[in-house]
Design a protein around this ligand. Structure first.
Ligand code: GMT
Length: 370
């Protein structure tokens, strides 16, 4: 199959999922065309069966806001025609689903039929999509998609309650490739970040308010009073400064390491003892799944799709959003029995092995091409 994969190329989970899906399909011999405005972060060097088409929006003085969606639609038309693509798979509804619909209609007027699949990832529905200024277009583009998937049951329920969706929605969870997370436990990194044998607690996100990074710092504060530990914070975003200020106020800056955005997070997870994800809402929590795949138990909030990913009491614990005290208690429980929880984490992650999830996408694609 020849597939056009439309995505955000940044560090966000939706872009990571789209990139990993495309890479795996390419390995299996399918031709994958990534279409977006920048080289996707997780794509790495270009490889066999993979192509990248950059969407370039020119700067014209008349436009206060550059019309990315129109340029993307045009790009989709060009790429579909030039490479005779069989289908488009768009990740994140805004504005990818409506751009795909526009391209589909243009191609139809030229006698070319191409289906598009929309995968909803979370904030396109739970935060941004709810915004009244987007709603009519999003509802329309979801309903006109030839297939719609969500990454969790929870997101499916949210989509159905927030939007007037008439299309069927199939849940296809996010996935990991377990072997790629089994790195050698790297003592050099461990010694560097935990020179006195401290426990390493990690958190990876885009530091937006929805991630509740302040709770991460508070939980760490509680853990640190009982067990010598250090906090590794990966990512960047609006709440980073707030977190930095908190560390200064609480007086433990030397034990909190802000590592910024990293192309690969596996090395950090590989030396972590516990992963924190106390988000306000999370449609899935790919970062938590990547932690579990690395054998790192997760303490999280019990919101959105997180309980589908992190099994409470087994691979870690989930509790009410904002219940920092409970999260501290759960963290101490996990850290006191590391081997058991680490093994459980890997068992839990294996449910999301790419070998189990990829066939679901292939069946969906083939069904549309019949
Ligand atoms: O978490 C974010 O803010 C980024 C966002 C994205 O679009 O990349 O993540 C969403 O999609 C991920 C991949 O499906 C999910 O794992 C995240 O849970 C989801 N984020 C939220 O729902 C807040």
């Amino acid at each position: 199959m020849k597939i056009g994969m439309v995505l955000y190329p940044t560090y966000g989970g939706s872009g990571v999922v789209a990139t990993e899906l495309g890479k795996e399909l390419a390995k299996q011999g399918h031709e994958i065309h990534f279409i977006t405005y920048n080289h996707p972060v997780r794509l790495g060097a270009l490889r066999q069966n993979i192509f990248y088409h950059e969407v370039r929006v020119s700067d014209y003085p008349l436009f206060t806001h550059q019309p990315y969606e129109l340029v993307l639609s045009s790009k989709l038309v060009h790429v579909v025609k030039l490479h005779q693509l069989d289908l488009l798979h768009v990740h994140y509804a805004i504005p990818h689903a409506s751009a795909a619909y526009m391209a589909q209609q243009i191609l139809k007027s030229e006698g070319i039929e191409i289906p598009y699949i929309t995968t909803l990832h979370g904030t396109d529905i739970t935060l941004v999509g709810k915004d009244a200024s987007f709603e009519p277009v999003i509802t329309f583009a979801i309903n006109r998609s030839n297939a719609v998937t969500t990454v969790s049951e929870s997101l499916k329920a949210d989509t159905l309650s927030e939007f007037d969706v008439t299309n069927d929605i199939e849940v296809i969870p996010n996935f990991i490739e377990p072997d790629s997370y089994q790195l050698d436990k790297n003592n050099i990194y461990k010694e560097r970040y935990a020179p006195n044998g401290e426990k390493l607690i990690s958190h990876i996100s885009n530091f937006r308010p929805v991630k509740r990074v302040e709770d991460v710092v508070k939980i760490f504060h509680g853990i640190r009073q009982v067990i010598p530990s250090r906090l590794l914070l990966v990512g960047d975003g609006p709440d980073r400064t707030k977190a930095e200020q908190m560390c200064r106020q609480l007086g433990f800056c030397e034990d909190v390491l802000f590592l910024g955005n990293l192309k690969s997070t596996k090395e950090v997870l590989n030396i972590s003892d516990l992963f924190l994800l106390p988000s306000e809402t999370e449609s899935f929590g790919l970062a938590a799944l990547e932690a579990l795949a690395s054998g790192v138990p997760v303490v999280a909030s019990d919101t959105g799709g997180i309980p589908e990913v992190n099994q409470d009491g087994f691979s870690g614990y989930n509790s009410v959003v904002g219940d920092v005290e409970m999260m501290i208690e759960n963290s101490l429980k996990v850290l006191s029995d590391p081997i058991k929880y680490s093994e459980n984490a890997k068992i839990q992650a294996s449910k999301f092995d790419i070998s189990k999830i990829l066939p679901k996408y292939l069946t969906l694609y083939k069904g549309l091409l019949k």
